[in-house]
Design a protein around this ligand. Structure first.
Ligand SMILES: *[C@@H]1O[C@H](CO)[C@@H](O)[C@H](O)[C@H]1NC(C)=O
Ligand SMILES: *[C@@H]1O[C@H](CO)[C@@H](O)[C@H](O)[C@H]1NC(C)=O
Ligand SMILES: *[C@@H]1O[C@H](CO)[C@@H](O)[C@H](O)[C@H]1NC(C)=O
Ligand SMILES: *[C@@H]1O[C@H](CO)[C@@H](O)[C@H](O)[C@H]1NC(C)=O
Ligand SMILES: *[C@@H]1O[C@H](CO)[C@@H](O)[C@H](O)[C@H]1NC(C)=O
Length: 140
């Protein structure tokens, strides 16, 4: 367990370091869910979030959609990622990879956030986000 956490933490550092060198494009729209609360650095919530986001881009299916969850309440994290319908799988993975790195940079410690690129979006929350896939970025 301890070494697993260290690994997650190290990969977090690695992502941040790489992120500084090859920075991701800015989101067209980003909402850091102010008012939905913050998680503390090094908390179980952060570990769950980092683990999910790190594994996401390789798990995207051919529909360019993936939703997943990790952890138990109150540290449960739900993530949904989605690519535009006309985007091929490789581009989709690249876009999601950018989005999942960028979202934690733009919204450090946010319990909930959503970020949109032209080609894809990523959203995570401690609340269930089933059935909210079609919500427009501007709708709260
Ligand atoms: C999500 O986090 C917010 C803010 O900390 C809290 O009020 C809410 O109860 C949490 N929801 C769940 C399902 O744990
Ligand atoms: C969460 O963090 C942000 C930025 O540090 C701060 O402005 C906000 O008041 C915090 N929210 C809560 C509920 O603590
Ligand atoms: C988070 O954990 C790392 C490694 O255990 C430690 O170096 C760092 O100071 C911690 N940060 C906070 C804010 O607790
Ligand atoms: C993914 O979404 C489907 C349909 O909305 C839902 O039935 C399923 O439980 C979700 N899976 C996870 C791991 O959240
Ligand atoms: C991801 O970010 C890199 C670095 O900024 C950029 O070259 C690439 O085009 C982005 N990928 C997508 C699919 O937007």
């Amino acid at each position: 367990m301890g070494s697993c956490r260290n690994l997650v933490f190290l990969s977090h550092i690695l992502i941040n370091v790489v992120g500084l060198i090859v920075s991701q494009p800015d989101f067209l729209f980003i909402d850091c869910g102010e008012g939905f609360g913050n998680y503390t650095t090094n908390s179980t919530y952060q570990t769950n979030l980092d683990t999910l986001l790190f594994s996401l881009s390789s798990n995207i299916n051919s529909y360019g959609f993936y939703n997943t969850s990790s952890g138990e309440n109150p540290d449960r994290v739900n993530v949904i990622v989605l690519c535009r319908g006309d985007v091929d799988l490789d581009t989709c993975r690249g876009c999601i990879s950018n989005a999942t790195s960028k979202i934690t940079q733009d919204c450090p410690n946010s319990k909930e956030a959503i970020g949109w690129y032209n080609l894809c979006m990523a959203r995570y929350s401690n609340e269930s986000i089933d059935g909210q896939v079609k919500t427009s970025p501007m709708a709260k």
